[in-house]
Write a protein that binds this ligand. Structure first.
Ligand code: GLA
Length: 724
C-alpha cells in the first residue's frame, strides 16, 4: 500500500481508490505530488513543474524565496520565504522565528504507531501501514517526523507530526499544524459545520475566494460554533458526484482548519491546533506529538466521503465494547425535572418507563453536594442524601428491581466557586493571579493540565461509581476556557495550558474506562460542543445537542452524520412544546428522528397520555427491530429540507444489501400536493426488494423511487422497510 519509488524519489501511498504522492526535491525538500484518484505506474514528478521558474535552491539560489512561496510543501515552515499559511513555526532561544527542514530518510512500517497521550485511529500489522519521513533542522537541532498511515479497505489516510529536540538548547514551538495539502484550485467550494449552542453542526457551503477562509476554536474545546472538519469540493458536488477533499481532527481542544487560495490559484488546506493559545517549550531530549488529522478523498461525492469516515471510525477509532452492541434504551430526567427531583420522583419515572420497555434510568445534574441549581457544588462529588434519601445504592437497587439499569451524570472538569473543593483548593481553578476568574454558568474550569487535579477529581468520582451498581456515565463539560493561567506552570510554559488541558481530560477518561470497563460512557458538552473524533476514542456515543426538537434535529443530525457514524449520535425523544424552540411535533416523528442515533427519552414519562405511552411501546419495538441495521449499516442522505424547503429523507442500507430502511419527514405540508417519489440509494440494482408488500428491482427503486404520499399537516414522518 505504501512504496518508495527510488528512481523518482517519490513515496506513493495507495488506498483502495486513491493515491497520495510525496516527492523529495534536491535531496532536501519534502514536496506534495498528488492527492486524488488512484494513479499507478506513472512518474508523477512532472506535476511539480520543476522546470518552471522559480527554481529551487540547488538550481538557482537567487530564486529560493520565490520558490518557497509557491512549491507544494508537505510541512511548510515560517520564516524562510513561504508566505502562505505555515504548518510549523519555531522560535529559538535567541528569539528568531524560522526553521528549514531538510529530508533525512524514511521508514515504511506495518501497522500504526500510537500517538503518545492522544487519541488516534489504530491499526494492526495486517490491516494498516505507516510511512515516516524524517527531516532535520541543523541550527535548532530539531528532528521532525511526518507520519502517514493507510488502512486496508479504506479510502482514508491519517497524518501527524512529531517534533524532537535533539539539540543542546530549548526551543519554542509556536505553531504546529498536523496536516497540509497543496493543490491547484478547481473552483473549490468549502464545506464546514457551523452552529451555536442547541444549533450545532449545520452544514455550510461557500465558494473559495482568494485569501484565507478558516473555521476555528480557541475556546478550549472543539466548540458549538465551529467544528474541526472542512471539505473542499468541486463545483456542483452532490451526494454521489463530484470530488471531495476532507479533513477531520482527532482532537477535542483548540483547532484551526483553513483553505487559502493564493496568487497562483493554488490552494493550501491545513488543519491543526490553533496557534492563538499555544506555545510549547521543547527542552533538549523532549518530544512533542501533534494530534492526528484524518483525510478522505472521494470522487463519488459527499456520500462516499461520509461512509468512508463512518467505516474508519467504527473499525479503527472507537474502542468501546459497546460499539457493536444495542445500547440500553435510556430515560434521562433532565428535561423532565431539571434540578427539582428526589429519589421518589426518579423512581416514579423509572417505574412507568420500565413498564414501557425502557431499559435504563439516567440521573442527570443535581444529585451531589448542595446542588439544587446550577450555581454550586461542582467538584463536591458525593451524594446529596437530603435529596436522595437512603443514598445512591438504595436508589440504584430499587431501579434494578424494576428491571432497569442505572446511569449517572458528572461534570468532572468543573469547579463551582461555591463548593467545598474550591474552598480547599482555590489554586485548582484555571486563573490568572490578580484577575477575576471569568465565570460561565457560575462555574470555573479545573486545571486539568495538573496530574494531582485530575487524580483528585477522579478518586472522588470513582468512589461514587464503586458505591453502587452504575452502568452508564454521562460526562458533561458546560463551559469554555478563559482567564488562562495555571499555578503549576512557569511563565514560559503558560502558553501550554490549553493543550495540556486536553490530554488531561483524555487521561482521566482512559482511567475511567480502564477501571470500569463495563460502564457505558457518553460524552456531552452543553449539548454537542465536544462532539469530535477525539472523544469518540473514549466513548462510543456523544450527546448531540441540547436541542431535542425533531425538526431542529434534522439539520443537526445531518451535519453530525456527515462525518460521524449514526451509532455515535446521542438522540432522545422529548416533550412538546419542545423546551428549546417551543415547537409541537407528532410523537411518532420524534421517535423516528431519534432512531437515527442511540435512542432514548428525555421527558417526564409519568405525565404522558395513555395514547403516548402506547406510542412509546411501539417506538421501543422499532428500536429493537431496527437498531442493528441502523447502527451497523451504511448511511445515505437522500434529501435535505435545508435545500428543498419541504422534506428530509435518509436511508440506512445493510452492508450485505439485504435490507434497508427509508426515513422520510414531511417538514412542511403543501396545499394540493401530489405524492413524491424518493429515489433510493445503495441497493443492489439486480436484486428484487419488497417495499410495502410490492416487489421491485433495486434498480427501479434507485432510478424511479419509492412513492411517499403527501400528508395533511406539518412534521409528519414515515419509516419504510425495504427487504431483499
Ligand atoms: C448540559 C447537558 C444537558 C444537561 C445539563 C445539566 O447542558 O447538555 O443534557 O445534562 O448540562 O446541567
Amino acid at each position: 500500500m505504501i512504496r518508495y519509488d527510488e528512481k523518482n524519489k517519490a513515496f506513493l501511498l495507495n488506498t483502495e481508490n486513491t493515491t497520495y504522492g510525496i516527492a523529495v526535491v534536491d535531496d532536501r525538500y519534502v514536496e506534495h505530488l498528488w492527492y486524488g484518484a488512484k494513479i499507478e505506474g506513472e512518474n508523477l514528478r512532472y506535476l511539480l513543474r520543476e522546470d518552471e521558474g522559480p527554481l529551487t535552491l540547488a538550481q538557482k539560489k537567487r530564486e529560493t524565496g520565490a520558490f518557497l512561496d509557491c512549491a507544494p510543501m508537505e510541512l511548510p515552515e515560517t520564516g524562510m520565504g513561504d508566505y502562505r499559511e505555515s504548518a510549523l513555526c519555531v522560535r529559538s532561544v535567541a528569539g528568531h522565528r524560522a526553521s528549514e527542514l531538510v529530508y533525512m530518510g524514511y521508514e515504511i512500517m506495518k501497522g500504526k504507531p500510537h500517538l503518545e497521550g492522544l487519541p488516534a485511529t489504530w491499526g494492526s500489522e495486517s490491516d494498516s501501514s505507516t510511512l515516516k519521513i524524517f527531516c532535520k533542522d541543523a541550527l535548532l537541532g530539531m528532528k521532525v517526523t511526518l507520519l502517514y498511515s493507510v488502512f486496508n479497505g479504506s479510502d482514508a489516510l491519517t497524518r501527524s507530526v512529531i517534533v524532537e529536540n535533539k539539540g543542546t538548547e530549548p526551543f519554542y514551538i509556536e505553531k504546529i499544524l498536523s496536516a497540509c495539502l497543496d493543490m491547484d484550485d478547481r473552483g473549490f467550494e468549502m464545506i464546514s459545520l457551523a452552529g451555536s449552542w442547541a444549533r450545532e453542526r449545520h452544514i455550510q457551503r461557500i465558494p473559495l475566494g482568494y485569501g484565507r477562509q478558516n473555521v476555528a476554536s480557541f475556546k478550549g474545546e472543539s466548540s458549538h460554533q465551529e467544528h474541526p472538519f472542512i471539505a473542499l469540493v468541486t463545483p456542483g458536488t452532490t451526494q454521489d458526484t463530484g470530488e471531495v477533499y476532507a479533513m477531520n481532527f482527532v482532537y477535542s481542544g483548540n483547532f484551526i482548519a483553513q483553505a487559502e487560495k493564493n496568487q497562483f490559484d493554488s490552494v493550501r488546506m491545513t488543519m491543526g491546533i490553533h496557534p492563538e493559545e499555544f506555545t510549547w517549550k521543547l527542552e533538549p531530549g523532549d518530544t512533542f506529538t501533534a494530534p492526528e488529522v484524518v483525510m478522505v478523498y472521494s470522487e463519488e461525492g459527499l456520500g462516499k466521503m461520509t461512509r468512508t469516515f463512518h467505516d474508519l471510525y467504527r473499525e479503527h477509532l472507537i474502542r468501546s465494547p459497546y460499539l457493536h452492541q444495542k445500547r440500553p434504551i435510556l430515560i434521562n430526567n433532565w428535561e423532565a425535572t431539571y434540578f427539582d427531583f428526589d429519589e421518589k420522583k426518579l423512581l416514579e419515572i423509572a417505574k412507568d418507563a420500565s413498564q414501557l420497555g425502557i431499559e435504563m434510568l439516567v440521573m442527570d445534574d443535581g444529585w451531589f453536594g448542595k446542588r439544587s441549581y446550577d450555581d454550586s457544588s461542582l467538584g463536591d462529588w458525593y451524594v446529596n442524601e437530603e435529596k436522595l434519601k437512603g443514598g445512591l445504592c438504595e436508589l440504584v437497587e430499587n431501579v434494578k428491581k424494576l428491571g432497569m439499569k442505572f446511569g449517572i451524570w458528572v461534570e468532572p472538569e468543573m469547579i463551582s466557586p461555591e463548593s467545598e473543593l474550591y474552598e480547599a483548593h482555590p489554586d485548582w481553578a484555571i486563573q490568572i493571579p490578580g484577575r477575576d476568574i471569568t465565570q460561565s454558568r457560575a462555574q470555573y474550569v479545573l486545571d486539568f493540565s495538573r496530574e494531582e487535579v485530575v487524580d483528585g477529581v477522579y478518586e472522588m468520582i470513582a468512589k461514587v461509581l464503586k458505591s453502587a451498581d452504575i452502568s452508564y456515565v454521562k460526562w458533561d463539560m458546560n463551559r469554555q476556557l478563559a482567564t488562562l493561567g495555571s499555578y503549576a506552570l512557569p511563565a514560559d510554559r503558560q502558553g501550554e495550558l490549553s493543550h495540556r488541558y486536553v490530554p488531561g481530560v483524555y487521561r482521566m477518561q482512559e482511567r475511567l474506562i480502564t477501571d470500569f470497563p463495563e460502564i457505558l460512557l457518553e460524552n456531552c458538552s452543553g449539548g454537542g460542543a465536544r462532539f469530535d473524533a477525539g472523544m469518540l476514542y473514549y466513548s462510543p456515543q456523544i450527546w448531540c445537542s441540547d436541542d431535542t426538537d425533531a425538526i431542529e434535529r434534522l439539520a443537526i443530525q445531518e451535519g453530525t452524520a456527515l462525518v460521524y457514524p449514526v451509532s455515535t449520535i446521542g438522540a432522545h425523544v422529548s416533550v412538546c412544546p419542545n423546551h428549546a424552540v417551543g415547537r409541537t411535533t407528532p410523537f411518532e416523528t420524534r421517535g423516528d428522528v431519534a432512531l437515527l442515533g442511540t435512542f432514548g427519552y428525555e421527558l417526564d414519562i409519568t405525565k404522558l397520555s395513555a395514547e403516548e405511552k402506547e406510542q412509546v411501546k411501539e417506538q421501543v419495538e422499532k428500536y429493537h427491530k431496527y437498531n442493528d441495521l441502523i447502527r451497523e449499516g451504511d448511511y445515505y442522505r437522500l434529501a435535505s429540507v435545508a435545500d428543498n424547503g419541504y422534506y428530509d429523507s435518509w436511508m440506512i442500507v445493510d452492508k450485505t444489501k439485504d435490507r434497508a430502511l427509508l426515513f422520510y419527514v414531511q417538514v412542511r405540508a403543501r396545499a394540493n400536493a401530489k405524492s413524491r417519489f424518493i429515489r433510493l440509494a445503495g441497493l443492489d440494482p439486480e436484486r428484487r426488494y419488497t417495499v410495502e408488500g410490492r416487489e421491485y428491482t433495486g434498480n427501479t427503486l434507485m432510478q424511479a423511487g419509492v412513492r411517499v404520499p403527501a400528508e395533511f399537516g406539518d412534521f409528519k414522518s414515515r419509516l419504510i422497510e425495504i427487504t431483499g
